[in-house]
Design a protein around this ligand. Structure first.
Ligand code: UD1
Ligand code: CA
Length: 453
C-alpha cells in the first residue's frame, strides 16, 4: 500500500513577528519543518508533499535537494483547503497529515496511528489537555465513537467543556480524502475549509475513527510565537539531557546544556555548565568538557580534558589531549595523543603530533607538527601572503622559542631549535639552531635624557 505524507506549511506565523516563515525558525539548530521531514523520512513514505504559501520560495530553498513535492496554496483558506492542494498527487493508499510547525512528533507514534488505517477506519491523534482553549474538541457518542470534531470558535458551552482535543494529525486513505475534501464547506465561524469536518462525513458513512495519543504532549505541541518556541526548545533540550544522564553521562546542570545535532558519549563523560554541541560530535570515555565550551562537528577521543571557554570545530582529537582554557580549534585541526593546546591558541588545518605542546598565545595554521614539539608562547605561523596559503612543516622534537614568526612555506627539521623572537623565513636543517633577530646592544652606565627645568 502506498503512503503519502502531507506536511502543512503554508501559514504565515504572524505572531512570530519575523520576516522568516514560521516553519524555518530553528529548534535545536534545525528548521521546524526539517524536524518534521526527518521524522517523516523514517516512515518509508512513497511520496512526501509540503504545502507551502507564505514565504514559499524560502521554504523551497531550505528544502532544496530533499525528496519532496511542493504544493502551492496561494491563499490560506483552511487546513482542509491546504490538504486539497495535494489531492491530484495522492495515491489511493494511506495518507498521513502532519504540520510544519509541530516539530517533535515521533515516528513511533505515527507508525502506531498508521497501523489503524484502512478503507473502513481513520486514524486520529488526540490529546487530553487541562486547558483545551483554542483547540478543536473531539465529540463522541454514548458508545464512545467519534462523531465529529468541533472547532473551539464553533463550539457550544457544553462542547467547550470537552478536554479531549484534536492534535490535527490525521491518518486516512487517499480514496477517502478524494471523496470527502471536495465536499467541505466554509460555512463556519472562521469561514475556512476545515480538515476536521471529514470526521462527521466518516461517521455518516459508518467509518470508524481509531484514536491514539502521543506518549508525551510535547510531541504535538505547535509553535505560534517566540515564547512557545523558547519553551519547546527548553523542553527538547531537557529531554536530550535526561537521555544522556540515563546513558551515564554526568551533566553539571541538565538545564544548562544544549545539543543542536547529534552527540554521542562514551562512559564517564563529564560536561560542565553552559556547553553547546552542534552538528555531529562524539566524546570518548572519560572526556571532560569545561564550562561554556562550544564543540561543533568534532570527535574527541578517550581521556581528553577540555577546559573552560574553548571552541572546537571540525577537529579530530586523540586520547588524553589537553585543550584550553580559551583554546580555539578550527576545521582541519588534528591533535595526536597527549598533545596540548592551551590558552589563547588558535589552530586551523594543523596536525599536532603526539605529546606536542602549544601552550600559550599562538596561531598555528596550515601546519604539521611532529611528536614532542614545543611551541613557545606567541608563535605565529605566517601562512598567508595576501594571495595564497602556505604550509609550515615542523619535525619531531623541534623547540620553537617564544614570539617567533614562521613565514611559510618553511620547514624545520627534526630536533631543530629556534631562538626566541626570531622571524624564520628559510628552512632550518635537522638538529640546527636558528636565531633570526637583531643582536642586542648594551651600553654600560647609560644616562637617560632628562627634562631641563
Ligand atoms: C487546527 C485544527 C484544530 C486543532 C489544532 C491543533 C482545523 C480546522 N483545526 O486548528 O482542530 O485542535 O489545529 O493545533 O484543522 N495551514 C495551512 N494552510 C491553511 C491553514 C492552515 O498550511 O490554509 C497550516 C498552518 O500553517 C498551521 C496548520 O496548518 O501549521 C494549522 O493551522 P491553524 O490555522 O493554526 O489551525 P488551528 O486553528 O490551530
Ligand atoms: Ca494552530
Amino acid at each position: 500500500m502506498t503512503l503519502d505524507v502531507v506536511i502543512l506549511a503554508a501559514g504565515q506565523g504572524t505572531r512570530m513577528r519575523s520576516a522568516k516563515p514560521k516553519v524555518l525558525h530553528a529548534l535545536a539548530g534545525k528548521p521546524l519543518v526539517s524536524h518534521v521531514l526527518d521524522t517523516a523520512e523514517q516512515l518509508g513514505a512513497t511520496r512526501t508533499h509540503v504545502v507551502i504559501g507564505h514565504g514559499a520560495e524560502q521554504v523551497e530553498a531550505e528544502l532544496d535537494g530533499r525528496d519532496v513535492r511542493f504544493a502551492l496554496q496561494t491563499e490560506q483558506k483552511g487546513t482542509g483547503h491546504a490538504v486539497a492542494q495535494t489531492l491530484d498527487e495522492l495515491g489511493d493508499g494511506k495518507v498521513l497529515i502532519l504540520y510544519g510547525d509541530v516539530p517533535l512528533i515521533r515516528a513511533e507514534t505515527l507508525t502506531a496511528l498508521l497501523d489503524e488505517v484502512d478503507e473502513r477506519r481513520l486514524g486520529l491523534l488526540t490529546v487530553t489537555l487541562d486547558d483545551p482553549g483554542g483547540y478543536g474538541r473531539i465529540v463522541r457518542d454514548a458508545e464512545g465513537r467519534v462523531t465529529r470534531i468541533v472547532e473551539h470558535k464553533d463550539a457550544s458551552e457544553a462542547e467547550r467543556g470537552i478536554t479531549e482535543c484534536n492534535t490535527g494529525i490525521v491518518a486516512a486513505t487517499g480514496t477517502q480524502l478524494k471523496r470527502w475534501l471536495p465536499q467541505l464547506s466554509a460555512e463556519n465561524a472562521q469561514g475556512e475549509y476545515y480538515l476536521t469536518d471529514i470526521f462527521a462525513m466518516a461517521a455518516a458513512e459508518g467509518i470508524e475513527v481509531a484514536t491514539a495519543s502521543p506518549a508525551s504532549a510535547l510531541e504535538v505541541e505547535g509553535v505560534n510565537n517566540r515564547s512557545q518556541m523558547a519553551a519547546l526548545e527548553r523542553a527538547y533540550q531537557r529531554d536530550r539531557a535526561e537521555r544522556l544522564l540515563t546513558e551515564g553521562v554526568a551533566l553539571a546542570d541538565p538545564a544548562r546544556f544544549d545539543v543542536r545535532g547529534r552527540l554521542q558519549c562514551g562512559h564517564d563523560v563529564f560536561i560542565d555548565v553552559g556547553c553547546v554541541f552542534e552538528g555531529d560530535v562524539t566524546l570518548g570515555d572519560g572526556v571532560s568538557v569545561g564550562p561554556y565550551t562550544l564543540i561543533r562537528d568534532s570527535h574527541v577521543a578517550a581521556g581528553t580534558v577540555i577546559e573552560a571557554h574553548s571552541i572546537i570545530e571540525g577537529a579530530e582529537v586523540a586520547e588524553q589531549a589537553h585543550i584550553g582554557p580559551f583554546a580555539r580549534l578550527r576545521p582541519g585541526t588534528r591533535l595526536a595523543r597527549q598533545s596540548k593546546v592551551g590558552n589563547f591558541v588558535e589552530t586551523k588545518n594543523a596536525e599536532v603530533g603526539e605529546g606536542s605542546k602549544i601552550n600559550h598565545l599562538s596561531y598555528v595554521g596550515d601546519a604539521s607538527l611532529g611528536g614532542g614539539v614545543n611551541i613557545g608562547a606567541g608563535t605565529i605561523t605566517c601562512n598567508y601572503d595576501g594571495a595564497h596559503k602556505h604550509r609550515t612543516e615542523i619535525g619531531d622534537d623541534v623547540f620553537v622559542g617564544s614570539n617567533t614568526a614562521l613565514v611559510a612555506p618553511v620547514a624545520l627539521g627534526a630536533g631543530a631549535t629556534i631562538g626566541a623572537g626570531s622571524t624564520i623565513s628559510r628552512d632550518v636543517e635537522a638538529g640546527a639552531l636558528a636565531v633570526a633577530r637583531t643582536r642586542q646592544t648594551t651600553r654600560a652606565g647609560w644616562k637617560r635624557p632628562r627634562k631641563s627645568s
